[in-house]
Write a protein that binds this ligand. Sequence first.
Ligand SMILES: Cc1ncc(COP(=O)(O)O)c(C=O)c1O
Length: 349
Amino acid sequence: MRTIKLFKPFVSWHAVWNTVKVLRSGQLAEGPKVREFEEKFEQRFNTRNVLTVNSGTAALELAYELAGIGKNDEVITPVLTCTATNLPLIHRGASIVFADIDRDLNISIEDVRRKITARTKAIVFVHFGGNNRGLQELLDIAREKNIILIEDAAQAIASNFWGKADFTCLSFQAIKTLTCGDGGGLICKDRTLYEKGKRLRWFGYDREKKQKLGDTDLIEAGYKYHMNDVSATIGLGNLRVFDRILAHHQKLIKEYGKGGIIAHPWFALVLVDNRDSLKKYLFEHGIDSGTHHYRNDKYTIFGGRKPFTVMDELENKYLLLPLHMGVTTKDVRKICELVHNFNEIQKSN
Ligand SMILES: Cc1ncc(COP(=O)(O)O)c(C=O)c1O
């Protein structure tokens, strides 16, 4: 029996073929393909000031640096997210203030409001599964209170509302909807910060201005966060078919909806009392599912567990279901039926 994985990389034939050519070209490092990927990305998504980097985590790190987040600055961030959202804040010595989630697993706006203080430097909005709910409200709050808003849109490329905050961080990691193998993107609202980001992603000097180490003075301590031409070529090849990827994801979301299951652009989601049993039941029928991300306060590095009303209630209830190019509408109908059957069995027991 075929098993449908929870996540599966999708690589187009354009990406495969063009990557072979780049691998044979002698130009693997950062070069024209990176520039082309940035240009085509900006055109496709009607955005500007896009800096490609080598991971979504690097994009977040760079955003926090450009936002000037430093020691003891309070940053409000969701308790449930990929640890990559929050680990770079630890490196900066920032004071992480976790906010609870709502029942759709996105950050609770009400809890954010409660946790804003005079020391709040930034708020991080995570599109969990690509879900946009709450972003507009946080944009309004951030504007009103003069707080920096950072969007962690690592899972959101296939959703229709991202790139609105002061900084938007994207991931092109292997299992993301648009993959470069590994890679990330940072979109800066401010052009000057974008220019600074361009320098910081490459040790502290601007490669596009043909600056070179040795004949350029370094006045900022940069990083080695840039993308390379191999990753950019994979990204370009997948970008060519992105409309097809998007249409497929939207078809699956609709199909899940028909079956009574909420689906976001990157995964579908159920809340169940007996999660382990459902996971096992689905797996026995060839469907992989999982939790993938965990409440971050379970890790010592973030200071240990604290009470959060909704997170505490849902901690053992949320289960993510597959939604990617390797899933068909027929598969979705089967998943919905299995979940429905499981619920019926539970009720009768
Ligand atoms: C919400 C979120 N933020 C950040 C990241 C980090 O992205 P990357 O793996 O490209 O570093 C991920 C990756 O899974 C993510 O899901």
